[in-house]
Design a protein around this ligand. Structure first.
Ligand code: RIB
Ligand code: CA
Length: 322
């Protein structure tokens, strides 16, 4: 049984990862911390609560950090739209945030709700050595938690994160978005000495989404399937307006690994986060000459059986859309 705490910036691919977590019977999902990333925090938090409400996710959701540790605020709205996730169909209906927060306060007997960083710290201390942090967003919440509670690093079982790349970037030529949005936070996390698995762009590009997956979702015909299919369709069209060019799948890569680890291979590396470079800020510099040149601080996901991984994702997703 994996005890999972999810740190996220919904985001459509985050949404898919959340649905996969909810379907995984080997996961005890303890909580969700939301962070600014794909869009400002108010938007990613609103997206997270709408997904929770409409897809019946029985997990507490907390609002976290709204700005990076260092450097300017960076979002992916130029690519994803103001809402951080676009749709070619019906917009996922709004929810009453106040009512949902009051409901959560009553359930956990805390009013007001704690900040996500404090909730994360409390969860780690209450489950020493047992929690896996699944990070699919800029690492601001995680870095602030490690800086605020110096005791928790050895209490965290593992960090499994979508971020970085052993080759090219996506937000810049050199940097992947989650790392680029807060390189100082990533530097804190990669230096923390916590066992870490990195699912970078080099891996995610082996997971390809096409119109066939979108159609599989739409064909279910339920309200939840229709909402998801519209956002899925818009996600696919990021790469090409007619959706004819396959789109990589990012955040679900980590959820697929939780379900089918045998589909993946890893290599140990020492990862440094570039903080200064005019063209390379946010780059994950991977030194694979281990231990000759450096001590490893991460396992880098290098290969995945793409078709079987996508089958796994679709199988898990479709079960949550009835
Ligand atoms: O580079 C991909 C990552 O950036 C994903 O986590 C996506 O949701 C965005 O946050
Ligand atoms: Ca994300």
């Amino acid at each position: 049984m994996h005890k999972i705490w999810l740190d996220t910036d919904p985001g459509f691919d985050d949404w898919l990862a959340m649905l996969m977590l909810s379907a995984n019977l080997d996961v005890s999902w303890l909580g969700v911390s939301v962070v600014a990333g794909n869009a400002p925090l108010a938007t990613t938090y609103d997206n997270a609560l709408r997904i929770k409400k409409h897809y019946h996710l029985d997990v507490p959701v907390y609002a976290g950090c709204d700005a990076p540790l260092g450097g300017p605020m960076e979002t992916a709205q130029a690519i994803l739209g103001d809402a951080g996730m676009a749709t070619t169909g019906e917009t996922l209906p709004q929810v009453d945030i106040g009512a949902l927060e009051a409901e959560q306060s009553a359930r956990i007997k805390r009013n007001p709700l704690p900040h996500a960083v404090d909730a994360l710290i409390e969860a780690v201390r209450a489950n020493p050595g047992a929690i896996t942090l699944m990070c699919i967003a800029p690492l601001t919440n995680i870095a602030v938690a490690l800086q605020r509670a110096l005791d928790i690093a050895p209490l965290i079982k593992e960090i499994i994160l979508m971020g970085g790349s052993s080759d090219q970037g996506n937000h810049t030529a050199a940097a992947e978005f989650n790392i680029f949005a807060d390189p100082e936070a990533a530097d804190v996390v990669f230096r923390a000495g916590i066992p870490l698995r990195m699912f970078g762009l080099n891996l995610c590009r082996q997971l390809q989404v096409t119109g066939a997956e979108v159609q599989q979702v739409r064909a279910l015909g339920t309200a939840r399937a229709k909402w998801l299919a519209g956002y899925f369709d818009a996600y696919l069209r990021i790469r090409s307006p007619d959706g004819s060019v396959p789109m990589p799948m990012y955040d679900p890569a980590v959820a697929i690994w939780l379900k089918r680890p045998e589909l993946f291979s890893f290599r140990p590396a020492h990862v440094d986060i570039e903080l200064e470079g005019r063209f390379t800020r946010g780059m994950t510099v991977c030194e694979f000459r281990i231990p000759r040149r450096a001590q490893a601080n991460a396992e880098i996901a290098m290969t995945v059986d793409g078709p079987r991984a996508m089958q796994c994702m679709m199988q898990e997703l479709l079960g949550t859309l009835s």
